[in-house]
Design a protein around this ligand. Structure first.
Ligand SMILES: Nc1ncnc2c1ncn2[C@@H]1O[C@H](COP(=O)(O)OP(=O)(O)OP(=O)(O)O)[C@@H](O)[C@H]1O
Length: 308
C-alpha cells in the first residue's frame, strides 16, 4: 500500500533522511519510531506530497508521490504534527472546508460530516468554535478531518503528542477502530510505549537512517537473544552491581535508585549462572527477573547497534 524507494532529503549539507526503503502492506498499522529530529516528519511529508525529495520515489495506493500527487492526496488522510486553524471557525465549518477541498458533492457533505463527528465522538461539539476546544478535542477534530474523503491510507504525524494519558488512550482506541475499518495506517511517535500494543509493524529511524523495520513480532524475536533483567538488592547494591559487571555476557548495567537493569547476551544457562552467583554471594539479592523486552528496550538496543 505504501512503498518507498531510496528516499533521501538534504538541506544544504545536512542529510535529514538517507536512502530510505520501506514497504507497508494494506491493512497494517505501522509505527514509525524515532527521537526528535530523526527524520520522521520529513519522510511523512514526502509521502503526503508536501515535500520534494532530493532523490528517491514512493507510491501510495499504487500512485506515484512525485508524478501523481493529486491521486495520492485522494488516497491519504494526513494529520500534521502541528495544528492550524482560522479564527472564528466552527467545528462543522472546519470539516466542511476540507470536504469542499476534497470535492465532496454538496448534497453529501452534511451526511459525511455527521458521520465523522459521530465516529470521533464530537457530535456535541458540532457548533463550537475550534479555537475554544481543548487540545485533546482539537487532535480528535484533526483526525476527523483526515477521514472526510474516506481515504484508504492514514498518515498521522504524532497524533497523540501533548495529550494526557486518558486522551492518549482514546486516540489509541480510535486508531484500532480505524484499522478494523480496513485503513492502512502509518503513525509516528517518539513515545514508544504508545505504539507497542496497537502496531502490526514498526520502523526505527535515527539521524535519518532507518535502522530496523518489520512485523512487530519479528522485531521482538530478533532481540529475544538479548536478556533484560531487573535485579533488586536489599543489601549492598554496589557490590552486587560490580559482581554483575564482571560477568562476560553482561553488556550494560543501568543503576537506578531502587533496582538495576542488566542487558546481557548468552544462553539461558548463562543467565541462570549469574542468578545463582548473586543468590549465593553476600550481596542481599531480593529479586531477579528476566523481563519481556518493551518497545523502549528494542529502540535502545537498535540505536546502540546491538540488533541489526
Ligand atoms: N526546512 C528545513 N531546513 C533545514 N533543516 C530541516 C528542515 N526541516 C527539517 N530539518 C531538519 O531535518 C531533521 C529531521 O527533521 P524531522 O522534522 O523530519 O524530524 P522528526 O523525526 O519528525 O522530529 P520530531 O519528532 O521533532 O518532529 C532535523 O534535524 C531538522 O532540524
Amino acid at each position: 500500500m505504501i512503498s518507498i524507494r531510496n528516499f533521501g532529503k538534504t538541506y544544504g549539507d545536512f542529510v535529514a533522511v538517507e536512502n530510505l526503503d520501506l514497504d507497508i502492506a494494506a491493512g497494517e498499522m505501522f509505527g514509525f519510531i524515532g527521537p526528535n529530529g530523526a527524520g520522521k516528519s520529513t519522510t511523512i511529508r514526502f509521502l503526503a506530497t508536501l515535500l520534494r525529495a532530493t532523490h528517491g520515489e514512493a507510491t501510495v495506493n499504487g500512485h506515484s508521490v512525485t508524478r501523481e500527487p493529486l491521486k495520492v492526496r485522494q488516497s491519504v488522510g494526513y494529520m500534521p504534527d502541528t495544528f492550524g486553524v482560522y479564527d472564528g471557525m466552527k467545528v462543522w465549518e472546519f470539516l466542511d472546508f476540507f470536504a469542499v477541498a476534497y470535492q465532496i458533492p454538496k448534497a453529501q457533505r452534511k451526511g459525511v460530516i455527521g458521520d465523522v463527528l459521530e465516529l470521533l465522538d464530537l457530535t456535541h461539539k458540532r457548533d463550537d468554535y475550534v479555537n475554544g476546544l481543548s487540545r485533546g478535542m482539537k487532535q480528535r477534530l484533526c483526525l476527523a478531518k483526515t477521514l472526510v474523503h474516506d481515504p484508504p491510507v492514514l498518515i498521522l504525524d504524532e497524533p497523540a503528542s501533548g495529550l494526557d494519558p486518558r486522551a492518549r488512550l482514546e486516540v489509541k482506541a480510535l486508531l484500532k477502530e480505524l484499522r478494523r475499518m480496513g485503513k492502512t495506517i502509518l503513525i509516528s511517535s517518539h513515545i514508544l510505549t504508545e505504539l507497542a500494543d496497537c502496531c502490526t509493524s514498526i520502523g526505527i529511524i535515527e539521524r535519518g537512517q532507518l535502522l530496523l523495520h518489520g512485523p512487530i513480532d519479528k522485531v521482538y524475536r530478533q532481540i529475544q537473544r538479548h536478556h533484560h533483567i531487573e535485579v533488586r538488592f536489599s543489601g549492598d547494591q554496589e557490590a552486587g552491581v560490580s559482581l554483575i559487571r564482571s560477568d562476560p555476557h553482561v553488556r550494560s548495567v543501568q543503576v537506578n535508585s531502587r533496582n538495576c537493569v542488566v542487558e546481557m547476551g548468552g544462553e539461558d544457562a548463562d543467565v541462570q549462572r549469574l542468578m545463582r552467583q548473586l543468590a549465593t554471594s553476600d550481596v542481599g539479592l531480593l529479586s531477579f527477573a528476566d523481563k519481556e523486552p518493551t518497545l523502549e528496550d528494542v529502540f535502545m538496543m537498535v540505536t546502540k547497534g546491538l540488533v541489526t
